[in-house]
Design a protein around this ligand. Structure first.
Ligand code: SAH
Ligand code: SF4
Ligand code: F3S
Length: 450
């Protein structure tokens, strides 16, 4: 163990390195952490061996997300043993869920849950060998509203703004309500201030983030603002700012939202609408509070009002007691909805959730894998068909930068959130261009500027 004086000397250097895992909300949270620690004189480094504070901002949503962190902890520990005065912290959802287990390893000095980031400076001041610091208190108010995140994205085109934290739904498979606490909406004034800041910094696209943005609600004696209201307020700030949002719970997708999207030209026509299963029996068991038929009615309404709207989804294969018949219903809702893209997962039991307490995780691993692969194959076909329908059409695309595969070409997204590649000499990230689609794969539209 290094001497305390030596540890203090190294802490004076104040260089911080963060690895971020999990959802986009964690990415913004890491930006909030940089902002909080930046005010204390900490500098950011992208090089772990240059840092005296090493943090991992973690995710607990599936077991494999947590397994990765146990692996990283070994690497951080080697770093700690090779140099003196290195502080290792685990923050975020896994810190919330596994605080004691993390501390017991003896490899972690700081454990901070998602609502405890304001206390990081103090924790870093007080931490000492053999004296780890823990703060996993969840809050009913914390929104980090007054903190402008230090944006870490690479291209300076697309920014993310958190509009609410936590979740009040208790989907039976999901750990998020336990790791992130109760739902709370952020004061719209602070959201608008942050979006104005993003516009001033030259960003062209903003995505409003929350676990269930449709249940955003700000109510005071003077104000009563729901998500469609907020979305329009943001969109009206600047007509050339593209506005997106994620993620949505199907039960809360309102006609008012769909109409606001259709009305404001700069709200992108894309809705992420996690379906999770096509079987009413399982939807009930998952506590999703909608049915197969109701979900499809929402899809029909979206397409009726906005025929060009991209619809994407999340799905879980092999939830407790899932039969082949249930699985067939999931495949059929995929066909009926004709999703443009999907994030597809095998069910992973999370300790402490309603499902873990009440239902055995009884679908064998090989069956889960087979069903997941069938969904992936079907979605590949649906994505291809969806892209083929766009061949011959022209879209406004926001340039993100050079294409990953071919540096000579550019890439960017359509409003419906499809990736597009095209030759684009003279254009740079942040430009809007009109692209005519000439061909496609299941993952990408290929086109030319017109
Ligand atoms: N708030 C969002 C989802 C957050 S988690 C919503 O309600 O849709 C992102 C996705 O992870 C979920 O949509 C679900 O498909 C998946 N997921 C959540 N818990 C899971 C679990 N225990 N096993 C497998 N996938 C899970
Ligand atoms: Fe989890 Fe359901 Fe909340 Fe989404 S809405 S975060 S799936 S509990
Ligand atoms: Fe994971 Fe927490 Fe996000 S569990 S998905 S990082 S809210």
């Amino acid at each position: 163990m290094p001497k305390r004086s030596e540890q203090l000397r190294i802490l004076m250097k104040k260089k911080i390195y963060i690895e971020t895992y999990g959802c986009q909300m964690n990415v913004v949270d890491s930006e909030v952490i940089f902002s909080i620690l930046g005010k204390e004189g900490y500098e950011r480094t992208a090089n772990m061996s240059d840092a005296n504070v090493i943090l991992a901002n973690t995710c607990s949503v599936r077991d494999n997300a947590e397994q990765r962190i146990w692996g990283r902890l070994e690497v951080f520990n080697q770093e700690k043993e090779s140099r003196s005065g290195v502080v290792v912290g685990i923050v975020g959802c896994m810190a919330e869920r596994l605080k004691d287990k993390l501390i017991q390893t003896g490899k972690v000095d700081i454990v901070a849950g998602p609502d405890a980031y304001r206390s990081l400076p103090e924790m870093l001041r007080e931490v000492a060998p053999e004296r780890p610091k823990i703060n996993v208190l969840l809050s009913r108010e914390e929104n980090y509203s007054d903190i402008i995140p230090v944006r870490m994205d690479k291209n300076g085109v697309s920014a993310f703004v958190t509009i609410m934290r936590g979740c009040n739904n208790v989907c039976s498979y999901c750990v998020v309500p336990y790791t992130r606490g109760a739902e709370r909406s952020r004061d719209p004034k602070t959201i608008l201030t942050e979006v104005r800041d993003v516009i001033e910094k030259g960003y062209k696209e903003v995505t409003l983030l929350g676990q269930n943005v449709d249940s955003y609600h700000w109510k005071t004696d003077a104000e009563d603002i729901d998500f469609p209201d907020l979305l329009e307020m943001v969109a009206r700030l600047n007509p050339s700012l593209r506005v997106r949002f994620a993620t949505n719970h199907p039960k809360d997708i309102s006609d008012k939202l769909i109409e606001a999207m259709a009305r404001q030209k700069n709200i992108c026509h894309h809705i992420h609408l996690p379906v999770q299963s096509g079987s009413n029996r399982l939807l009930e068991k998952m506590r999703r509070r909608y049915t197969h038929e109701w979900y499809l009615e929402r899809v029909r309404k979206i397409r009726e009002v906005m025929p060009d709207c991209g619809i994407t989804t999340d799905v879980i294969a092999g939830f407790c007691s899932e039969t082949d018949e249930d699985h067939q219903l999931t495949l059929s809702i995929f066909r009926e909805a004709g999703f443009d893209y999907a994030y597809m997962f095998q069910y992973s039991e999370r300790p402490g959730t309603l499902a873990a307490r009440n239902y055995p995780d009884d679908v064998p691993a090989d069956v889960k894998t087979r069903r997941l692969n069938e969904i992936i194959a079907l979605q590949g076909q649906l994505s291809l068909e969806s892209n083929q329908r766009d061949v011959g059409k022209t879209f406004e695309v926001l340039v993100e930068g050079p294409s990953k595969r071919n540096q000579e070409e550019l890439c960017g997204r359509t409003g419906s959130d499809k990736m597009c590649v095209f030759p684009g000499k003279g254009h740079v990230a942040g430009d809007y261009v009109s692209v005519k689609v000439t061909s496609c794969t299941s993952a990408t539209l290929i086109g030319k500027i017109v």
